[in-house]
Write a protein that binds this ligand. Sequence first.
Ligand SMILES: Cc1cc2nc3c(=O)[nH]c(=O)nc-3n(C[C@H](O)[C@H](O)[C@H](O)COP(=O)(O)O)c2cc1C
Length: 315
Amino acid sequence: MQKKHSIAPDLTVQIAPRNSIGLLLKNPVMTASGTYGYGVEYKDSVDIEALGAIICKGTTLEPWNGNAQPRLIETTHGLLNAVGLENIGIKSLISDVLPQWRTLHVPFIINIAGHSIDEYVQLAEIIDGLDGVHAVELNISCPNVACGGMEFGVDPDMAAKVTTAVRSKLKMPMLVKLSPNVTDIVAIATAVAEAGADALTLINTVSGMAIDIKKRRPSLGNIFGGLSGAAIKPIALASVYRVAQRIDVPVIGCGGIFCAEDAIEFFMAGASAVQVGTASFCDPNAPIKIVNGIAQYLQNNAIQNIRDLIGAARI
Ligand SMILES: Cc1cc2nc3c(=O)[nH]c(=O)nc-3n(C[C@H](O)[C@H](O)[C@H](O)COP(=O)(O)O)c2cc1C
């Protein structure tokens, strides 16, 4: 009987082609910021080195306490969160987490946030060139903080200003994460790409709320929160489709990706890679299952290279 030979499909993607350092991932699946801690928490139960990259919790110059409880509400098809960027701050990340990252064979990306452009710039200066860090993701899109975060991401001029300022201090690859809570996401994406972003992550959470009808009060301590999960996938997909056909930097799709088929929709819409968020709360192995499912899909359809799928559904 003749033996069937199947060559493993090529899943590698370069998501910072215009950066001289670059960011070549062994596969296009990353964890979304704020949904996988610092990655190391999962290393004994998940093969985290099989991931394309790990993006850590949003990190600020000083530790932030976040918002009042309750901060998480489950909705019919998603999750509302108003964590408010509670995090340990960059100094503790460097002293306590970075030594662990250096022992692991997977790229780590630091998601950063701040109250002012100066805070973003100071973070960039501290992080640039750190051994064990492969890129920075600029969060200019968090809907759950009173000052900073999304404020920078809803206005093209402000978005460009913060991107330019960080770019001037950062040689390593820079992803910029955009908010869907805008009228024209293509305008923001254009401004940020022209200001020097190496890649764009689309999207952060969608602004929302829930009401506790027994208490006659908003359910979240912060009143408003960000919706994630299955409910936002069509919004994220449309954002990726619109931006990818207009902008010449890689787009990373994020929002409601729970399985390989979801990820493949994003590639076909024009994403060069994807991030998995809320799905990891249901199953911490979800991102790995998605990597394997993508490889299986390519093999089943005799597609040799993941790059052949990118933008395949564009009309
Ligand atoms: C609990 C929680 C915390 C999050 N924290 C951050 C964060 O610190 N920085 C950030 O850029 N995005 C943060 N996000 C947004 C996610 O990274 C992602 O953009 C969003 O959840 C949509 O993807 P998903 O539907 O796969 O979860 C957070 C999301 C959740 C649910």
